[in-house]
Design a protein around this ligand. Structure first.
Ligand code: ZN
Length: 197
C-alpha cells in the first residue's frame, strides 16, 4: 500500500511554458523546426508496439510501489524488447552520437510508455529510471519535453542533460537508500527550480 496521490493528470502549464520558452530560445531553428517530425515518429513507434505494452503494475516488483502511486503504475505501460528503438537523431537535426547507442540502452521512454530490454526487465532500478521520464513527460507535455531534452543534449551532453541528471540522481537515491519518497513531487520540485542555460 502507499499513500501517494493517484492523480495521473500531472501536466503543469506554468512549469512547462516557462521551460519550453527557455529551451526554444537556446536551440538553433534547424532543431525546433523538426518538432512535428518527432511527433510523427513517436506516434508510429507507439502504434506499432502498442499490442506488446503491459501496465507497469502487472510486473512483479518489490520496492517501486513505495515510490509511485498505484494509479500511475497502472496507467504507465512497459514493452519488453530485444533492443530499444533507435531515435533517428540526424533527422531531428541532432548528431547521431548525441544519445547512447540503442544496443547499450537498458530502457527508453516515449510519453507514458517505456521499452525495457529482456536483460533489464527484472532490474527494478531500470523501471524506476524510465518511470521518472514518464513523470517528466506528463508534467511537461510533448513540446516541452522534446525541446528541453534537445537543448540539454546540445549544451551538456546526454548524461548531464537536465532531464537525465534528475533521473540518474533520483535513481542513485533509489539504489543506495531504502527510504521511500514521493517521486512525482520530487520531480515536479526539481523541474520548477530548473534553469535552462
Ligand atoms: Zn534516462
Amino acid at each position: 500500500m502507499n499513500n501517494l496521490s493517484a492523480n495521473t493528470d500531472l501536466y503543469d502549464k506554468e512549469i512547462s511554458s516557462r521551460l519550453v520558452d527557455a529551451a526554444k530560445s537556446s536551440l538553433p531553428i534547424e532543431i525546433t523546426e523538426h518538432y512535428h517530425d518527432l511527433l510523427c515518429w513517436i506516434d508510429s513507434v507507439l502504434d506499432s508496439n502498442l499490442r506488446f505494452a503491459r501496465p507497469v503494475s502487472e510486473f512483479t516488483m518489490q520496492r517501486i510501489h513505495g515510490y509511485y502511486p498505484q494509479g500511475f503504475l497502472s496507467a504507465s505501460r512497459a514493452i519488453i524488447c530485444k533492443q530499444c528503438p533507435a531515435v533517428p537523431l540526424t533527422q531531428f537535426g541532432l548528431r547521431d552520437d548525441a544519445l547512447p547507442s540503442p544496443s547499450d540502452a537498458a530502457g527508453f521512454t516515449l510519453r507514458d510508455m517505456y521499452f525495457v530490454t529482456h536483460e533489464s526487465v527484472d532490474d527494478e532500478s531500470t523501471h524506476f529510471h524510465e518511470l521518472i521520464h514518464v513523470v517528466q513527460w506528463h508534467i511537461l507535455g510533448d513540446e516541452c519535453f522534446f525541446h528541453l531534452y534537445a537543448s540539454g543534449l546540445l549544451s551538456a551532453g546526454y548524461r548531464l542533460s537536465p532531464l537525465e541528471e534528475i533521473a540518474y540522481d533520483l535513481q542513485s537515491r533509489f539504489d543506495s537508500d531504502d527510504a521511500e519518497f514521493d517521486v512525482i513531487m520530487e520531480v515536479r520540485r526539481r523541474l520548477a527550480n530548473l534553469r535552462v542555460q
